[in-house]
Design a protein around this ligand. Structure first.
Ligand code: NAP
Ligand code: MG
Length: 454
């Protein structure tokens, strides 16, 4: 428990052999009852799982909070509803995965069907264990795949509970396998396994690259969602109140451990000081504390490693000459809490402005005009998300077109919806999750060509 530094559970560590057993069980399930099930019945199982999650909601909230340090209020408000929405959405899609009749020739009936891609390795990070896990599991199951799920070593509890609930819901044994363990061992074994057809991963670019290399062995299909250093751009003609409020939650929500965190706040020179000052006030007003208290708005970082990583970035920022306006240190002696931190005087080239910190650290960067904002916003290796605040309709459309990002938010920051494609490019990875694009990730098209003669 990162809030107390206490051990809350002992979890078995899957080794290479365990992963192999899980993959074989997933392969077998693919050829059994599951493989012959009506698509609408797969949808019904997903709905049933949603009902069981609703029934056990409070247990899941507690597990997720104790394991990750996320405030219960946020899990209740955001993660759990998103998990259920995801299941209901893909439940409805299970029997709408259509092929096409494509009239290629006069002497043939030619059509396509979409078959499940097969055994899917699902590798989950610790920042949204339940929600990101379900973003991957629900569409894969809707498509008829079977899963081997490797949760992050430090947050395995809710994935194990979901495995239990999947069995209770009636998914045949072997359809959902959960292998808690270390990334280097269990994760790597899954990635290297010759009988895994696809890996879907969310996490760091470093591991993303390792996954691509491992996947080369049997040419697994891969989807990678690898985070970012997203720009949130504020112009003087924006609603500054709303912009600063959203910029605050854009970086401090989930203690900054969000792939699309608005970690670079780009403020126009005319309002720079005002934005810095107001953002600092918002940082100071965050209610840091026990994640189990409903009034808490910010919990600890997920682990000691992550806390030290964030603190070392704060040192790096200071060393580079950026100014800590508020925060900048551990918040408590016990628990991995770091004060919400605002850096001003940040230059675009600094490491704190280029590298993903994954903590409650806002960097505020000054820009002078539209071109300058665009140059800075697009000037990292990432390409996941961006935000623009302005009342100028031509400007926001121009930015929507020119920003390099998988999602551009205009006069808002951060919302996601399972109906909308999610993902990025360059070091943010490739492929899109969510919506019907996820169906492409988990199906393989097949052409059937019937010679009819003429
Ligand atoms: P990470 O190493 O990329 O972990 C993500 C997942 O991959 C975990 O389940 C991890 O398992 C697993 N993994 C690690 N090495 C693996 C390997 N060789 N083969 C297969 N799976 C492997 O991320 P992290 O070290 O926890 O965090 C480091 C940084 O990554 C963060 O500071 C942040 O910048 C970024 N990150 C981004 C996101 C995002 O949403 N895009 C999420 C988390 C982290 P173990 O945890 O058991 O090692
Ligand atoms: Mg790691």
């Amino acid at each position: 428990n990162p809030a107390t530094e206490q051990v809350i559970a002992q979890v078995a560590e899957a080794g290479v052999e365990d992963v192999d057993v899980a993959v074989r069980s997933a392969r077998k399930a693919l050829d059994g009852e599951w493989g012959h099930m009506k698509a609408s019945d797969r949808g019904r199982l997903l709905l049933k799982l949603a009902d069981l999650i609703k029934r056990d909601e409070e247990e899941l909230v507690m597990l997720e909070s104790l394991d990750s340090g996320k405030p219960v209020s946020a899990i209740r408000r955001q993660d759990l509803p998103a998990v259920i929405d995801t299941l209901v959405y893909y439940a409805g899609m299970a029997d709408k995965i259509n092929g096409q009749v494509i009239p290629a020739r006069a002497d043939a009936l030619t059509y396509t069907v979409r078959e499940p891609v097969g055994v899917v390795g699902v590798i989950i990070p610790w920042n949204f264990p339940l929600m990101i896990g379900m973003w991957k599991m629900a569409p894969a199951l809707a498509c008829g795949c079977t899963l081997v799920v490797k949760p992050a070593e430090i947050t395995p509890l809710t994935a194990l509970k979901i495995g239990e609930l999947a069995l209770e819901a009636g998914f045949p044994a072997g359809v959902v396998n959960v292998v808690p363990g270390f990334g280097k061992v269990a994760g790597q074994a899954l990635v290297d396994h010759p009988d895994v057809d696809k890996v879907t991963f969310t996490g760091s670019p470093t591991v993303g690259r390792q996954i691509l290399q491992g996947a080369a062995g049997n040419l697994k299909r891969v989807t990678l969602e690898l985070g970012g250093k997203s720009a949130n751009i504020i112009f003087p003609d924006a609603d500054i109140d709303a912009a600063v409020k959203a910029a605050g939650s854009g970086i401090f929500f989930n203690t900054g451990q969000v792939c699309s965190a608005g970690s670079r706040i780009l403020a126009h020179a005319d309002i720079y000081d005002e934005v810095v000052e107001r953002l600092a006030a918002r940082a100071k007003s965050m209610r840091i504390g026990d994640p189990l208290e409903t009034s808490t708005s910010m919990g600890p970082l997920v682990s000691e490693v992550q806390m030290n990583r964030v603190l070392s970035y704060i040192d790096i920022g200071r060393g580079e000459g950026a100014r800590v306006v508020t925060g900048g240190a551990r918040a408590t002696d016990k628990g991995y809490y770091v004060q919400p931190t605002v850096f001003a005087g940040v230059e675009h080239e600094m490491r704190v402005s280029q590298e993903e910190i994954f903590g409650p650290v806002a960097t505020v960067i000054k820009f002078k005009d539209d071109d300058d904002a665009l140059r800075i916003a697009n000037g990292t290796v990432y390409s996941l998300a961006a935000g623009v605040w302005s009342a100028d309709i031509a400007r926001v459309h121009r930015f929507a077109r020119q920003l390099k990002a998988g999602t551009v938010w205009i006069n808002t920051y951060g919302p996601t919806d399972i109906r909308l494609p999610w993902g990025g490019a360059r070091d943010s990875g490739f492929g899109r999750e969510h919506g019907d694009m996820a169906i492409e990730n988990f199906t393989e098209p097949k052409v059937v060509w019937i010679n009819t003669g003429r």
